[in-house]
Design a binder for this molecule. Structure first.
Ligand SMILES: Nc1ncnc2c1ncn2[C@@H]1O[C@H](COP(=O)(O)OP(=O)(O)OP(=O)(O)O)[C@@H](O)[C@H]1O
Ligand SMILES: [Mg+2]
Length: 341
């Protein structure tokens, strides 16, 4: 079956006064129907720029400079503004981190969701639209849904506003929902409720999800596959269990080590990866993670590693997987000798 989303060698840059920020440097992945894919990586790794490129919502000097983005088989790179407007909301919708920036403070929330419906389904009567909005509010478990339709965004708590955003994104039952850190601003118990909600709605309507976060723990709760980004590239991609059990990139290992473990005491909980992310105007010519990688060899600094296949659906961009890589002290020995490409 054709994937809902197919991204091939996507490259996106920002032309700034100091130079070209190569935010996304050749990213390829796909999202199948009903699948939930997590994208993780530190701040600045290119997660949001990837999703904004898919949505054709890059602002300022942001521009897709190469590659292809196909949604339901249709090429989105270079598509007209009007055509994209008819696709956005209906085939692909996005939820952002801060609902306040996406909700209109002057309009009752029910109206805003209703407008989204109207944009795509002009033949619905006003009464039908209102009924659909109330149904959506019930779906995202907003208590007393009918009454709350007339409330304004500021009358809602952060968690409830995020539910309104989800209702709005789901209004036209998109094939793909892109959620960019939708729970980061919420406290942990609300975050958990929203994740559970998204999971159950996904099952109910069978949509695909691309979930962006810097938290692998959150991905584990929601996603079946995970993409690890660093320096505008995909470093590793695998099924979630595979990634946790057999990480095939030192950067992923670092991320896994930094997941808080509630069984350990606070002092030992976090092991942040030392060092800072690369300069994306002058990205390193080798592996972007090499300056911070405890296992880096000379080749890592000099040449960008190819993509190796480390197992079924498991790929990693790391020289340690090369058949010729040294075996001693190689943390990836168990997967070494993976196929190139
Ligand atoms: N409007 C812009 N102009 C110039 N550079 C930008 C712009 N937006 C993003 N970038 C750069 O693109 C790179 C990728 O940014 P992006 O926002 O995708 O990171 P991210 O992975 O989403 O990080 P975070 O976890 O902080 O949200 C960064 O180096 C960032 O500085
Ligand atoms: Mg981001």
């Amino acid at each position: 079956m054709e994937p809902v989303l197919q991204v091939k060698d996507l490259k996106t840059s920002f032309l700034t006064s100091s130079g070209e920020v190569q935010a996304v440097r050749g990213v390829s992945f796909s999202v199948n129907k009903g699948e939930s894919v997590g994208i993780v990586g530190e701040s600045g790794s290119g997660k949001s720029v990837t999703s904004l490129s898919v949505m054709q919502l890059l602002t300022g000097t942001g521009k897709i400079v190469g590659g292809s983005v196909k949604l339901n088989g249709r090429e989105l790179v270079g598509i007209g503004t009007k055509e994209m407007r008819s696709i956005r909301g209906k085939e692909v919708a996005m939820i952002f981190q801060d609902p306040m920036t996406s909700l209109n403070p002057l309009l009752p929330v029910g109206e805003q969701v209703s407008e989204m419906l109207w944009a795509h389904e002009k033949d619905l009567s006003r009464a039908d639209r209102e009924a659909r909005v109330a149904e959506l509010f019930r779906m995202v478990r907003i208590p007393e849904a009918e009454k709350r339709l007339k409330s304004y965004p500021h009358e809602f708590s952060g968690g409830m506003r995020q539910r309104v955003m989800i209702a709005m994104a789901l209004a036209c039952k998109p094939d793909l929902l892109i959620a960019d850190e939708p729970t980061t601003a919420l406290d942990v118990s609300i975050q958990d409720q929203i994740l559970k909600l998204m999971r159950s709605i996904q099952r109910e309507i069978g949509m695909s999800i691309m979930f962006i976060t810097h938290d692998l723990g959150v991905v584990a709760e929601l996603c079946n596959r995970v993409i690890v980004m660093y320096g505008g590239l995909i470093m590793e991609q695998a099924d979630i269990l595979d990634l946790f059990e057999h990480p095939c990139h030192p950067y992923t290992m670092g991320l896994l080590a930094s997941i808080p473990d509630i069984n350990q005491d606070k002092q030992k909980r976090l092991q942040p990866i030392m060092g800072s992310p690369p300069d994306m105007i002058h990205p390193p010519k080798g592996c972007p993670f090499s300056p911070r990688c405890p296992y880096a060899c000379r080749v890592c600094l000099e040449e960008l590693p190819p993509i190796y296949t480390a197992g079924e659906g498991h790929v990693s961009r790391c020289w340690l997987l090369d058949a010729d890589a040294p075996a001693a002290d190689n943390p990836l020995s168990y997967a070494k000798g993976g196929k190139r490409g």
